[in-house]
Design a protein around this ligand. Structure first.
Ligand code: AHR
Length: 666
């Protein structure tokens, strides 16, 4: 059954209606001086190192076709249409065997990736097999590329040429590999590109007539993140690193759950030998009729080991989320009966062993064999993504009991479902309070006005309840998952206002992350997204800069700002204040959503201040403004410094701006 992700019309209508009302009314005169009181000697709470993190999901070609630097699509012929992504331009479809040659994909005896290509070359003109890459291949002049493949010589074919061709079919680099074995063997070679191309292809030609079997044909840039062979795209990881994330949540998102149980994400199938990782159709392949992506599959080149490694590289806490025996409830909602949940629970227990276990345990040994004998020191595990109802709570209880019995220190992250309010949300909230789940994931995909209205969401939150993981949020300029949603300044500014509220409640809000994280400009399914990239370039959205400004300025302790006039939207102003006890800095974030300047006065008590302050500002005259490949810094932070005298700092806030004021204290 082909079931689509259905966003109830009700939610879409509410979202669109509220969107109409979200432009701020300009009622404040710029001459009013608005006072922000910051008691620097009154610490409310520690800011958790995990306060601002990242949510990674293989949606929008974020992993295959994105972060994972593999350039060949369908490298082992495992897609449902086994030659998808491969072209045979010289083949005459009406007389396959009688013409220059053909590729047939056949089943081999080798599970689990059980297909390979049998190439039959039978003409002096030669035969070509071309891989189109993920919307082309991004190739850079003077860079080295590594070709890897498996081959078994049957008859006649003595060598293979690998050639990069640009958009006009000109050769921009090549290498030749001689075939040596009648058995399956691994081959590799290097080629250097003499030109840059955004949408290159890999052309494979053959020497001699005869038959050769090919499998796992890969092409990677040599220059990957940390120089790891078959690794990650360096430019994209750098953009993640620049966010200074406190945690990395993976692998999703809905991708965790699967449209059916059978198609759920199973971490054990993503670790160990690359060749043994079974290709799986990506759930976003067919999810939206308006954005079908028939060539979207998961190779699991980035699997759980690579996610843990990435978290470690980013100095971020790993936060894996596992399925809990419920397929996506927007799709089939298939359920594992409670008395058959054991394998699912065992997956969670084994994951903890894989991440943290000694090298003489079964799963710790696998981790060690992959190159990481030291534990990854995983502290958190998420059970279920966007599940709701009794079916979730009763399954979650079983996971909690089993995990806590073996690993009492592991922190369990549960969820309240896809929406931040309503019947399912309220039910989950009540139930979760009585369970041993320390942190609860809430999702807010709402219009910009909702974000402004909810800056005080946690002000009256029950301090004796669980901690909050604002695990997925993004202001939607049109409606949830609408293809017309924009990463515009209006949305980014509303998120900034909301984030001051998260920060002001850092005693209960422990983790936060925007979602989704990444999107390929030619292969996305969901918008808005924090980071947009193509095969060669990447740009940061205004929303990214908002996240970054909060994250790199998160400080260590939340300060008391209660005496302030306008921190929750009064006068269109939102604010929070922290101190960084390591750098001995007071950091104040101010969001002005009004269309005019505002005179403010920051009155910082309890410490002696330095005589210079820094100000970083993100603003735009236009709420509709966006960044783009052509103008990546249309909206980007600008910094300056100014003199300070005493403990009162006058600051003029630009219209529609996020300002971060930083001043050292003695
Ligand atoms: O972020 C995109 C999707 O939104 C996630 O996969 C899911 O958890 C949510 O519905």
């Amino acid at each position: 059954m082909n079931v689509k992700l259905k966003i109830p019309l009700f939610y879409i209508l509410i979202a669109s209606t509220l969107f109409q009302n979200c432009v701020q009314k300009d009622t404040t005169t710029s001459s009013d001086q608005i006072v922000f009181e910051v008691k620097a000697d009154d610490v409310i709470a520690e800011i958790q190192p995990t306060m601002y993190g990242i949510f990674f999901e293989d949606i929008n070609l974020a992993a295959d076709g994105g972060l994972y630097a593999e350039l060949v699509k369908n490298r082992s012929f495992e897609f449902h249409t086994p030659l998808m992504g491969w072209m045979q331009p010289k083949t005459d479809r009406h007389s396959l065997n009688r013409n220059s040659g053909m590729a047939a994909v056949i089943l081999s005896e080798n599970e689990p990736n059980d297909h390979f290509a049998r190439i039959n070359v039978n003409s002096a003109e030669g035969y070509e097999l071309i891989n189109e890459g993920f919307r082309g291949m991004g190739i850079r002049e003077n860079e080295n590329y590594r070709v890897y493949f498996k081959a078994r010589q049957q008859t006649g074919v003595t060598g293979i040429n690998f050639e990069l061709i640009d958009e006009q079919d000109n050769s921009i680099g090549s290498t030749r590999v001689a075939l040596e074995s009648k058995e399956w063997d691994d081959y590799q070679s290097t080629l250097k590109a003499d030109q840059t191309a955004e949408k290159a292809k890999l052309k494979i030609t053959f020497e001699g007539n005869g038959v050769v079997d090919l499998d796992l044909i890969s092409l990677f840039p040599q220059d990957t993140w940390k120089g790891r062979e078959k690794g990650l795209r360096k430019d994209l990881v750098q953009v993640l690193a620049d966010l200074n994330p406190g945690f990395l949540r993976f692998p999703g998102g809905c991708i965790v759950e699967g449209r059916t149980l059978d198609k759920r994400y199973q971490w054990k199938k993503t670790v160990g030998d690359l060749e043994q990782r079974t290709t799986l159709i990506n759930r976003w392949n067919t999810e939206f009729d308006h954005r079908p992506t028939p060539d979207y599959y998961q190779s699991f080149g980035i699997g759980f080991y690579e996610y843990f490694q990435l978290a470690e590289d980013l100095d971020a806490e790993p936060l894996p989320i596992l399925g809990c025996g419920i397929a996506c409830q927007f799709n089939t909602g298939e359920l594992v009966p409670l008395d058959q949940l054991d394998p699912y629970v065992q997956d969670a227990l084994d994951l903890i062993e894989f991440a943290n276990g000694a090298v003489d345990t079964e799963w710790g040994a696998l981790r060690a064999s992959m190159g990481h004998p030291e534990p990854f020191n995983m502290k958190y595990i998420g059970i279920g993504n966007e599940q709701w109802g009794e079916v979730y709570i009763e399954r979650l209880k079983i996971f909690i009991d089993e995990i806590k019995a073996r690993y009492p220190d592991i922190i369990i992250v549960s969820g309240t479902g896809p929406f931040p309010d309503g019947e399912h949300f309220e039910y989950a909230r009540q139930e979760l309070k009585s369970l041993r789940t320390e942190i609860v994931d809430e999702h807010y995909y709402r219009n910009p006005q909702w974000f402004l209205d909810n800056a005080d969401r946690y002000d009256n939150y029950d301090r004796n309840s669980y901690k909050i993981f604002a695990g997925e949020y993004a202001a939607q300029s049109v409606a949830i998952a609408s293809p017309d949603n924009k990463n515009n300044w209006e949305c980014a500014l509303a998120e900034a206002a909301f984030m001051t509220g998260l920060e002001r409640n850092a005693d209960v809000v422990y983790l936060t992350s925007y979602a989704p994280l990444m999107a390929h400009a030619d292969g996305w399914q969901w918008t808005p997204d924090l980071i947009w990239f193509n095969n060669l370039n990447v740009y940061k959205t205004p929303n990214y800069y908002v996240q970054q400004l909060f994250s790199v300025n998160k400080g260590t302790h939340l300060l008391n700002t209660e005496g302030s006039q306008s921190i929750k939207g009064e006068n269109h102003l939102y604010a929070s204040a922290v101190k960084d006890s390591i750098n001995r800095e007071i950091i104040i974030k101010l969001v002005n959503v009004a269309g005019h300047k505002q005179n403010t006065s920051l009155e910082i008590t309890g410490v002696a201040l330095a005589n210079e302050a820094g100000m970083i500002e993100l603003s735009s005259d236009s709420m509709a403004a966006e960044n783009s490949f052509e103008n990546p810094v249309n909206i980007a932070p600008e910094s300056n410094t100014f003199e300070v005298s005493g403990n009162t700092i006058p600051v003029i806030l630009s219209p529609q701006s996020l300002s971060v004021i930083k001043v050292k204290y003695q």
